[in-house]
Design a protein around this ligand. Structure first.
Ligand SMILES: *Cc1c(COP(=O)(O)O)cnc(C)c1O
Length: 383
């Protein structure tokens, strides 16, 4: 038996007629740039997430850069940061989280993570701000693997210190904190529609969601060169629009997002039941973070073990694909070495990169496949 980490072909087959029609519509309309499907999707996503606005952009990375620049505009009345302005984030994430801060002209501050969820440790955020945080202007929490950060703490810290919060929701479309969808809690939320994300398109795509009129208006300008229209340009912007073709595909897919996230949660429930109590294996925390309810949407199902590399090799031999997200902490990458602040020793992140292993999970993964993965893991740890 072979089990891939994510079976995109099967997912596509399951809704192929919807997708074919969506694509044909755009080809017939020839409305490739900011066509009606883009605003239709923006309305759908804003309604779904529970924000007043949504702005489609070319990628999740651009969503972060543009949201950060829009937050600067809200603070300073210009789309740039002051030299030395700092944004606190996690080093345990995809590179885009950190490079978007640099691209927006601010400086990333990396703090440690919570070993249970691999999300940013809010105690360390507080500690950095109280010890040396006068230059901190914002926090960029990443809902890693599809699970919420402690948004209660983060919003409290932000309120006390007058900071902007930009949520990186790239892995957590549909995830919740208490009764709110992720992306609707901070000043803005950034979605990625990269093909392998929980809601993915057929190329690159992203979106900024926000309740803030200034951030939404600025993001809407920044995605098309910084102008209210083509020939009245006020800001230094980007060419970063969500393609109509991608929006049309996403409109066909968004109908299924709850069903698909539930499918992922069902797979996770089997893993949770079958893999708990195995000596040497730590399964992900799910459900409650410091008594606050959260809905984990399992972009990844990520275990931890000291025998990670051996387990991955064993699974590969048995036809099971697993992945290491992430093998290198951002503060150890050359790009960030002289351009970031390392707050504390970051051992929590350095330990995680050695131990994490993400198992196959996808919305349509059947019990037989999941149990096959479980059996191989049990066999490995029995040795
Ligand atoms: C995928 C991802 C991004 C970037 O999204 P793109 O659409 O690939 O630009 C940013 N942050 C995190 C945590 C991601 O997983």
């Amino acid at each position: 038996m072979k089990v891939s980490i994510l079976n995109l072909k099967r997912l596509h087959e399951s809704i192929k007629p919807d997708i074919d029609k969506a694509i044909a519509d755009v080809f017939n309309m020839q409305n490739f740039i900011l066509g009606s499907q883009v605003s239709e999707l923006e309305t759908k996503v804003a309604d779904y997430i529970g924000t007043k606005h949504a702005v489609g952009v070319a990628s999740g990375t651009d969503a972060l850069v543009i949201a950060l620049k829009a937050a600067a505009y809200k603070m300073y009345g210009r789309e740039s940061y002051n030299e030395g302005d700092e944004i606190i984030t996690t080093p345990f994430t995809f590179v885009a989280t950190g490079d978007s801060i640099l691209l927006a002209g601010a400086k990333p501050v990396f703090v440690g993570i919570d070993p249970g969820t691999c999300n940013i440790n809010t105690e360390e955020v507080k500690k950095y701000i109280s010890e040396s945080g006068s230059r901190v202007v914002g926090i960029l929490p990443v809902h890693i693997y599809g699970q919420s950060c402690d948004m209660h703490e983060i919003m409290e810290i932000a309120k006390e210190n007058n900071l902007c919060v930009i949520e990186d929701v790239a892995q957590a479309f549909g995830g919740e904190w208490e009764d709110k969808k992720l992306g609707s809690i901070g000043g803005a939320g950034c979605m990625s529609f990269f093909p392998s994300k929980n809601l993915g398109c057929f190329g690159d795509g992203g979106m900024v969601v926000t309740n803030d009129d200034v951030i939404a208006g600025t993001a809407g300008m920044l995605r098309k060169h910084g102008g209210k229209d083509k020939y009245n340009v006020d800001l230094l912007g980007h060419n970063s629009r969500l393609d109509t073709l991608q929006a049309s595909i996403l409109l066909a897919k968004i109908k299924y997002i709850d069903l698909w996230n539930n499918g992922r949660r069902n797979v996770a429930a089997v893993y949770n039941k079958e893999l708990s109590g195995i000596d040497g294996l730590v399964i992900p925390a799910d459900g409650l973070i410091s008594t606050h309810r959260n809905l984990h949407v399992y972009h990844q199902y990520t275990c931890r073990t000291d025998r990670r590399d051996a387990l991955q090799a064993f699974l590969k031999e048995r036809g099971v694909v697993s992945m290491v997200y992430y093998p290198v902490s951002l503060h150890k990458q050359k790009l960030f070495m002289d351009k970031s602040v390392i707050a504390g020793d970051l051992q929590t992140s350095e330990q995680a990169v050695k131990q994490v292993l993400s198992l196959p999970i996808d919305p349509l993964q059947n019990e037989e496949e999941t149990m096959y993965v479980v059996e191989q893991i049990k066999e490995f740890f029995a040795k």
